[in-house]
Design a protein around this ligand. Structure first.
Ligand SMILES: Cc1ncc(COP(=O)(O)O)c(C=O)c1O
Length: 463
């Protein structure tokens, strides 16, 4: 590179990063206090930095990588598409990769979901869902159905509509005037008698799910006819801290939406594409939402394509003469990008040809054993929560007394820096440690992941 030595290139990149880059969800003052890790390339489950050091990608590049990096089948499909068409709009035009992907998604989704709207991120897939649900009721002559109901601590993205759904006091206070209010109800995890400290299985957890449903029912009995949609992350609330729900909860929410006539939106941006042990998490509850949001793993984590699927009933409500203005006036320049759609089609092929779901279930069973052995016994750690290949466990100053570490201690953050020194990249959620490996990580690397996380936690908690 212009005769530049690796050391001076590294220095230039570090300096320019610190001078010019604004990193997402990152406190810039803190960012400057440690050496940035600059990734040059990736191979399978490893990220490789500019100095050639390898790091196990323990959170699948923010939960989107499915089969590891550089899968030859997906890369070849992208190359092929690259030579043919890099981008062309879906506004007033169509192209084969989007058509083929839409047909494929309709095939794999519950039969009632027949229409696919493409965008380019998880957040935009949720914005589209909000627009569909809100406008649907206006066009059905029920404009009073304009409110949304979500789970407490929900996260649906960072555009302002999705921020409204996931409004969080510490992150968003001050944003009240440019967001809309939603009704929130406590998910099973928070209804557990140990309120955020309980294990997510057994009878107590089922009872917690019933209590959560009663809270939703209570609200809908009073205000149900003003509700456009109930929006949930099905089976696992990811960014809240990997909070699972029993499948009975999904069935309960679907029944309540039917009883009170509201739409159900399932945001599978994090849970979709094998993360929870089935291709879609809703399969485990045997339910079909009215609107389904997909992103992250849709392209195996290679390119930004998202999809919002809707029923024919919802779609039909938008049909009419142009002058009736029933159109969904929404669209993103790169929505349904052909390269991304080609990657997504190849991703689905890999699921079929490599038996990915079955292998991911075996990996999840191995992971459970490793968590029991290495994480559960640690002092300052609560019971690990796992659904498929999504894992979270909380760090506690004093678990029995329910005492958290102070936010400024940055306990889990420091643990992830300690893991990085040991060759594993992790990213926490507050004081929740998150493990989210690619779906077919080998047993040996699962062990490296868990034992490194355990060592990192011990190094910061002193236990
Ligand atoms: C459930 C859920 N919905 C939406 C999003 C937002 O996705 P994106 O970051 O692609 O906008 C996320 C991201 O983590 C998510 O977990």
């Amino acid at each position: 590179m212009n005769g530049e030595s690796p050391a001076s290139r590294r220095e230039r990149l570090v300096n320019d990063d610190r001078r010019c880059l604004w990193h997402p969800f990152t406190q810039s003052a803190e960012w400057l206090s440690y050496e940035p890790l600059i990734i040059e390339k990736a191979e399978g489950p490893f990220l490789i930095d500019v100095d050639g050091r390898r790091y196990l990608d323990g959170v699948s590049s923010l939960w989107c990588n499915v089969h590891g990096h550089g899968h030859p089948r997906i890369v070849a499909a992208m190359h092929e598409q690259l030579d043919r068409l890099q981008h062309s709009t879906l506004l007033g035009l169509s192209h084969a990769p989007a058509i083929e992907l839409a047909a494929r998604l309709v095939e794999l989704a519950p039969p009632s979901l027949t229409r696919v709207f493409f965008s380019d991120s998880g957040s935009t897939s949720v914005e589209v869902a909000l627009r569909m649900a809100f406008q649907y009721w206006r066009q059905c002559g029920k404009p009073e159905r304009s409110r949304f109901v979500t789970l407490a601590e929900a996260y649906h993205g960072d555009t302002l509509g999705s921020v409204s759904l996931g409004f969080s006091e510490p992150f968003h206070s001050g944003y009240e005037t440019i967001t809309f209010r939603v009704h929130k109800f406590e998910p099973p995890f928070l209804c557990h008698p140990l309120n955020g400290r309980g294990a997510c299985d057994g009878e107590d957890f089922e009872r917690a799910a019933q209590e959560s449903l009663e809270r939703l029912e209570h609200f809908l009995q009073r205000d149900g006819d003003t509700v456009a949609a109930v929006v949930i992350e099905p089976l696992v609330q990811g960014a809240a801290g990997i909070w699972p729900q029993p499948p009975s909860f999904l069935r309960g929410v679907r029944e309540l939406c039917d009883r009170f006539g509201c739409l159900l939106v399932c945001d599978e941006v994090a849970t979709g594409f094998g993360r929870t042990g089935t291709l879609l998490a809703i399969e485990q509850g045997g339910i079909a939402p009215d609107i389904l949001c997909l992103a992250k793993g849709l392209t195996a984590g290679y390119l930004p394509v998202a999809a919002t699927l809707a029923t024919e009933t919802v779609f039909e409500a938008f049909s009419g003469r142009y002058g009736e203005y029933k159109t969904l006036f929404h669209g993103h320049t790169y929505g349904g990008n052909p390269l991304g759609c080609a990657a997504a089609l190849a991703n689905l092929d890999v699921f079929e040809h490599e038996n990915t779901l079955e292998r991911s279930r075996r990996a999840a069973a191995t992971l459970r054993g490793l968590l029991d052995q290495h994480i559960a016994p640690l002092a300052h750690v609560g019971p690990p929560r796992q659904q498929g290949l999504m894992v979270g466990f909380d760090l506690w100053k004093d678990f029995d007394r329910g005492l958290r570490f102070a936010a400024d201690e940055r306990c889990a953050h420091r643990a992830t820096l300690a893991a990085r020194e040991r060759g594993v990249f992790l990213r926490p959620l507050g004081d929740t440690m998150v493990l989210m490996p690619p779906l077919t990580l080998s047993d040996e690397l699962l062990e490296v992941l868990v034992t490194t996380a355990a060592a990192a936690v011990r190094s910061v908690t002193g236990a």
